[in-house]
Design a protein around this ligand. Structure first.
Ligand code: NAD
Length: 321
């Protein structure tokens, strides 16, 4: 009985936070319906939100239009018809152009329209877009995500949000349709800072695990045994335990599936480049981050751009004198 009352209460609470989101945002725009954005927009539809979509590649949004989304013919048209807009675009240049270009989002933005950029980009670009949005009376926050394509599909992303707390509060009920953790990191750009720092450490730890396991292998120790030793010793980390680069330890990770899918090397290289640029601008020493950037650039030149970033293990394994 008590449990039933609790469930009813919880459902009412969920409904009220959705209707609050709906009351504030009768229409939500979504720009950039690629690997991540498509699943994210689909989750908004599934949770009952009305959305308008735009992508330069029209074939990217066919499934969403079939599921009930409206298609806009340009970013400007989408912005005119949305009270909240989420963008999920590849790089700095795409984001800048999409917001500030001639037919861009800000050209038609209404006062108080809330823009959330979930792309992974340079924090300084987020801050510049925020300045441009402010000139129009619109609101802008950055909200990059972690959790990859699987998190986007399952609605379990983590959003790292930078911007005014009031705007974070406005966005939160909507972001909860796509993610399970919505973290306010600080001022605008701080979501990007959190994202870049995390990914830099991930690259360093993946290279580190691959390096030691390969050394152990060369010295005659089975790489699977070495990985299991790491996982009960002080060298243990996410790259050794949850996402090992050695094939055959965990069936579901990319290393056991020919390094297909997962987090692609070209995206990791992009994020390391962004971390490098931010570190240079702030005169911050990042010796291992810089080295990791060069290692991943090397992997790109060896044709591994579209393989999972744990392929570094195979690359080191194949380096022979
Ligand atoms: P993607 O290349 O699959 O999708 C980007 C989409 O944006 C494409 O459909 C493209 O046509 C569209 N686009 C490009 N320019 C546009 C413009 N001016 N107007 C409208 N649409 C435009 O990229 P993705 O994998 O979805 O990643 C998007 C962002 O999310 C990137 O910044 C990436 O670093 C970040 N991210 C990706 C992952 C991942 O695992 N894929 C995980 C976390 C974060």
């Amino acid at each position: 009985m008590a449990l039933n009352l609790f469930t009813v209460g919880l459902n009412l609470l969920k409904k009220s936070s959705l209707s609050q989101g709906k009351r504030h945002f009768s229409s939500i725009g979504f720009v950039g319906l690629g690997n991540m954005g498509n699943y994210m927009a689909n989750n908004l539809i599934k949770k009952g939100h009305k959305i308008v979509v735009y992508d330069v590649n029209r074939s990217a949004l066919t499934n969403l239009v079939e599921a009930g989304a409206k298609e806009a013919s340009s970013a400007a048209e989408l912005s005119k018809n949305s009270q909240m807009v989420i963008t999920m675009l590849p790089t700095n240049d795409h984001v800048w152009e999409s917001y500030t270009g001639n037919d861009g989002l800000l050209s038609t933005a209404e006062k108080n329209t809330l823009f959330v950029d979930s792309s992974t980009i340079d924090p300084s670009v987020s801050q510049k877009v925020h300045q441009e949005a402010t000139k129009k009376g619109a609101k802008f926050i950055d909200g990059p995500v972690s959790g990859g394509v699987v998190g986007a599909r399952d609605g379990t992303l983590t959003f790292m949000v930078g911007g005014e707390k009031e705007q974070y509060d406005r966005a939160k009920p909507i972001l909860e349709a796509m993610g399970t953790r919505i973290v306010h990191c600080g001022d605008v750009g701080m979501g990007q800072v959190a994202k870049l720092c995390n990914n830099m450490l991930l690259a360093i730890s993946m290279i580190g695990v691959s390096e030691v396991v390969n050394l152990a292998d060369r010295l005659g120790l089975d790489p699977k045994v070495m990985t299991s030793i790491l996982n009960t010793s002080t060298g243990r980390c996410w790259s050794s335990e949850v996402y090992p680069p050695v094939p055959g330890i965990i069936d579901t990770v990319p290393s056991s599936n020919n390094y297909e899918g997962g987090f692609l090397t070209h995206l990791m290289t992009k994020d390391l480049g962004l971390a490098q640029a931010a570190a240079t601008r702030s005169s911050t020493p990042i010796p291992l981050g810089s080295l990791a950037h060069q290692v991943y650039r090397m992997l790109m030149t060896h044709g591994h751009a579209n393989r999972d970033f744990s392929i570094i293990y195979q690359y080191l394994k194949n380096c022979k004198v």
